[in-house]
Design a protein around this ligand. Structure first.
Ligand SMILES: C[S@@+](CC[C@H](N)C(=O)[O-])C[C@H]1O[C@@H](n2cnc3c(N)ncnc32)[C@H](O)[C@@H]1O
Length: 279
């Protein structure tokens, strides 16, 4: 594995979306992410400046909704759990560790490609932000062995809380399906929070337009969206690995009731599904 520094543009866009939301969108805010703002300010040109300068642009507004709704969804589940081993997969510039419930006293491990983790470390150092997380370098496209977690200090005899957000769509569908199997080796009581994209025929117009705009951008930067599924098909993928489905909901219905009525730029879209499953 290479030690070189490889920025992830999609991770940076997600961080900028989280940082911008409380500044440019109306209350109630889904999330506040000051560390993300500090990280984005170190990058030139900063996608945070795009977000702040043109909050009305559809692709930027939709990115804010998705990035904040999914992190809020994971935070809410974390606030209800007693599982104190948290593993964030495809972490990028994830800042979950800054928002952990104080009563939980959890340890956090992050998984991403080695160059992305090196980039993250460099940005955190430059921002003077403490990064209490432990890093595990892995390319999910090359498979995944949960024993990697054990070697990094995760107690595999106890439940693990896995956050896998904003990642499944970047994998080949076969890799995505197989990955659910790798994770099924975790101990009973483990929980997995993830998101996936609806198959094209299930999207509404705002969802289809966002997918088209991002596909052009992310694909051009070497991180194309590849995997989508119907809820029925996803249910089968999960069942074949004995995951117990707790919830599979539209991103737009995960936000507080009445949320969109106050929003100037954010609108509901049918594209992203948020899922919670258990062992
Ligand atoms: C859109 S970002 C999401 C970051 C973060 N999870 C969030 O919700 O803001 C996608 C992340 O997935 C990571 N990723 C994509 N494909 C991957 C792979 N094959 N192996 C490991 N990480 C991958 C990227 O490096 C990037 O950090």
């Amino acid at each position: 594995m290479t030690e070189e520094i490889t920025p992830s543009q999609t991770a940076l866009f997600s961080a900028a979306a989280r940082a911008a939301h409380p500044i440019v969108d109306q209350q109630p805010h889904l999330l506040r992410d000051e560390p993300a703002a500090q990280l984005c300010k170190l990058v030139t040109p900063s996608p945070l400046d795009f977000q702040l300068g043109q909050p009305e642009v559809g692709v930027l507004a939709a990115a804010r909704l998705s990035a904040c709704a999914r992190s809020r969804y994971a935070d809410a589940s974390l606030s209800e759990t007693r599982v104190d081993q948290v593993v964030v997969i495809g972490a990028g510039l994830d800042t979950t560790a800054f928002r952990l419930p104080s009563a939980l006293d959890a340890k956090v491990w992050l998984i991403d490609r080695p160059g992305v983790l090196a980039w993250r470390t460099q940005l955190f150092d430059r921002a003077g932000l403490p990064d209490t997380t432990r890093h595990i370098a892995a390319d999910l496209a090359e498979g995944f062995d949960v024993r990697l977690l054990g070697r990094a200090g995760v107690d595999l005899h106890r439940p693990v809380f896995v956050v896998w957000l904003g990642v499944s769509m970047y994998l080949h569908p076969a890799d995505c399906r197989t990955f659910l199997g790798y994770l099924s080796e975790l101990a009973a009581g483990s929980r997995l929070i993830f998101d996936y994209h609806l198959a094209p025929e299930f999207r509404d117009q705002p969802g289809a337009e966002y997918a088209k705009a991002v596909a052009a951008m992310a694909g051009h930067q070497g991180e194309p969206w590849q995997c989508s599924s119907t809820p029925e098909e996803m249910g089968k993928w999960l069942a074949e690995h004995d995951w117990q489905l707790q919830e599979d909901v539209d991103e737009s219905s995960s936000v507080p009731e009445g949320f969109f009525a106050n929003q100037e730029h954010l609108q509901p879209m049918k594209l992203v599904r948020l899922v919670q499953v258990m062992r």
